[in-house]
Design a protein around this ligand. Structure first.
Ligand code: GLA
Length: 371
């Protein structure tokens, strides 16, 4: 029987960090690092999940109750998606073999998990003629992450990897899911992604803590203001009402969210007009706010940030993704990219003892079938 193959990219967020679950604007882009899925229909009702990267596979019957594997196996992502499709009443009429391979560095903050969810949903929908748009698929996969995997993430990652467009960033309103594509007009500059290679241990607990702090702040502000999300507040309105927030940490978290959301609009305008230096400055401000107000950076990300900005031709730099390790993204003149890699890797090694990796950021399409 024939097989069909699908790829889904990872994503990088250019600016707008820790904004999606606060209902604001983000500016991510899909990468040309992918998870590839090959699907092959079977004659029975068995589902077999395997990977070329990880030596662990799972097999179960389509009619079985699909449950989370408590040892945190990678198969939880496809299992969650299959369960969500079945629970929604879609007809997966036969078993299948699903084989995955990834060029996205796993656990590096470039959304390998969102890519695995979205490629699974898109592949199965294509194979069984299930009529779900890419946007619907991203919403379904976010709910898998929230309800099956147990991570309270926002919509940004799943949306970006599903809806990405070559050479464009996506300006997404995370409250309404309205979006538009922003052409990358970088003149002689390139985005370079730097992987700290720092394992992200703290991420789940700290991520949920930040979410809780934002929700606490929102509840207090709602006593006086008629808002549904923090990002409905302008900077001016927030200044006027910030006296209501007595807890210093919560005040800092909100200061980040509202200023970052404002920076995304400025960044979009800068990018659209080719004002690359202004975009770079906004990246720097974003990192500083994530470091000082949101407190999600840490030694590794702060070291890359500092080393990057010392290099001639680097006009912007920031952490990207959830933080606590993972990746940085820097905006570097094309003539300086080799010098950038050399100096940043030496400076980083000196301070942290770790080696970092670099990826030239080519922006590609979202999930799709390949021949
Ligand atoms: C992770 C989450 C996203 C988003 C970012 C921070 O990538 O999955 O939903 O909250 O962190 O911007």
């Amino acid at each position: 029987m024939g097989s069909r193959s699908f790829v889904c990219p990872g994503r990088v967020n250019l600016i707008g960090e820790h904004i999606d679950y606060n209902g604001g604007m983000v500016l991510p882009a899909a990468l040309d690092l992918n998870i590839k899925l090959t699907l092959e229909e079977r004659e029975d009702e068995e589902i077999v999940l395997s990977s070329e990267n990880v030596d662990y596979a799972e097999r179960f019957n389509l009619k079985e109750d699909i449950v989370f594997n408590k040892n945190n196996r990678w198969t939880n992502y496809p299992k969650g998606v299959i369960k969500a499709l079945i629970d929604k009443g879609f007809n997966i009429s036969k078993g299948f073999n699903a084989r995955y391979s990834s060029s996205i560095p796993l656990g590096s903050g470039l959304s390998s998990s969102a890519a695995m969810e979205v490629v699974t949903a898109y592949g199965i929908c294509s194979l069984f003629n299930i009529n779900l748009s890419k946007k619907d698929i991203s919403v379904l996969c976010k709910s898998v992450e929230n309800n099956f995997i147990g991570v309270n993430c926002g919509i940004m990652d799943q949306f970006a990897v599903a809806m990405g467009k070559k050479d464009n960033a996506i300006m997404l309103n995370c409250d309404t899911l309205e979006f538009n594509y922003v052409p990358m007009n970088l003149r002689d500059y390139r985005f370079i992604i730097v992987n700290t290679n720092k394992p992200r241990e703290l991420i789940k607990s700290e991520y949920n803590t930040r979410l809780r702090e934002c929700n606490e702040g929102l509840l207090i502000l709602k006593e006086k203001l008629s808002i549904n999300t923090l990002c409905e507040l302008t900077l001016e309105k927030f200044k006027e009402y910030s006296y209501l927030i007595k807890n210093h940490n919560i005040l800092k978290r909100l200061t980040h969210v509202i200023s970052e959301n404002h920076r995304v609009s400025l960044a979009k305008a800068a990018l659209s007009n080719g004002f690359i230096e202004d975009f770079g400055q906004l990246m720097v401000k974003s990192h500083i706010s994530l470091r000082d107000n949101y407190e999600v950076t840490g030694l590794e990300l702060d070291t890359i940030f500092q080393e990057a900005l010392k290099v001639k031709g680097c006009i912007g730099s920031r952490m990207t993704g959830a933080g606590f390790g993972g990746c940085n993204i820097s905006l570097v003149h094309k003539d300086n990219s080799e010098e950038f890699k050399d100096k940043v890797s030496k400076g980083y090694k000196n301070t942290t003892g770790l080696n970092c990796d670099f990826y030239i950021c080519n922006i590609n399409n979202g999930v799709r079938e390949v021949l």
